[in-house]
Design a protein around this ligand. Sequence first.
Ligand code: PLP
Length: 435
Amino acid sequence: MAYEKSIAAFEAASRVIPGGVDSPVRAFGSVGGTPLFIDRGEGAFLYDVDDNKYIDFVQSWGPLIFGHADADIEIAVIGTAKKGLSFGAPTELETELAEEIVSMFDGIDKVRFVSSGTEAVMSAIRLARGVTDRDNIIKFKGCYHGHSDSLLVQAGSGAVTFGTPSSPGVPADLTKHTLLATYNDIDSVVGCFRDSEDIACVIIEPIAGNMGLVPADEEFLLELRKLCDMHGTLLIFDEVMSGFRASLKGAQGLTAIKPDMVTFGKVIGGGMPVGAFAASAKIMSQLSPEGPVYQAGTLSGNPVAMAAGLASLKKLKSNPAIYVELARKSRKLMDGFLSAAKAEDISLVTDVRGSMFGFFFSDKEVKNFDDAQENNEEAFAIFHREMLSRGIYLACSAYETGFISVVMTDEMIDETITAAYESMRIVSDTLGSLA
Ligand SMILES: *Cc1c(COP(=O)(O)O)cnc(C)c1O
């Protein structure tokens, strides 16, 4: 494959955009090479500016559950855009999308729309702090909740530490209110509650997708729910990725545990910038203009974005069997990767939740971020590069989740598995036995 035009485009971009990208995950930092510049997407395929064609398992990092340029979403977007792009005044589309979400999730009465997942989580946390009149929050190491100050905390030395910022520019005064716990480890959460009486909320990805795919254990979530109830702390499920991805009801379709608040993004925008946070009427009534907790946005609930989200959710809701097919294809793909690895004596662990799939070059079950970090990143980098050269577009980091879209056929999955066999061979030829 030739990448000349992407390389030139990246050079041009790098002159005027830091690192040549508008979001760091797009840079091919951990796998080497330059990012592909995209010309267009069609269904399951992505075409770069050199006109190379790929089966796209990134799906814009999750939103495109119907693949690229879906006809129904396109019609909704164009029809709405023709009536004007933004009004800064309410439209009925916002109510319609809110009604869809409320009707699908238990325990949610009201939704507020914003323009990104980051904003959704940031606002949900402000509301949780406002409602409880407490300052501290608990987050889990390896979970990503957007790039707002309080949440940009990952690593602490002990199992339970008060957070230190993981980026310059984030005041320690702010992150000292963020307590870090270990995913799937309830004792670490008990420790946080012991360290602080002032915990407004616990925020968690109930199916973590930002340290690779690492689902929470049912028992762990149950204990977490109990701890929150015991301490008057709100439980927030960040379903920005898993919402309408893991199942029609996100993680909540797969577990009996109910949160107090939920954040959404990605799929609910159908490819347009949308985020949302939702809770009971009682909690949401504390939000401005009904209540005292302030939150706002010039383009919030943008009509074109609402139309795209609405078209997506209506299609999903009218055919919930979609998720059975998506899960079957995810499992088939991961079973294929497993067989390909086994053929070369390479250790691989995989997991699947609905249309989400993940794999680690590791021989150890992955339950938390520390486990995840024990994967062989060199093996991943080689595998990624080899798959790419065979027309398979996977996320360019070992700590991301892959996505199946509705338009992916069994033939495409088979083609991907064939490429995986060839790529695993090269991983093994390069690194020797990884068993
Ligand atoms: C992507 C993501 C976010 C951030 O959403 P943006 O739209 O990128 O701001 C927050 N939480 C989770 C779980 C995510 O996957």
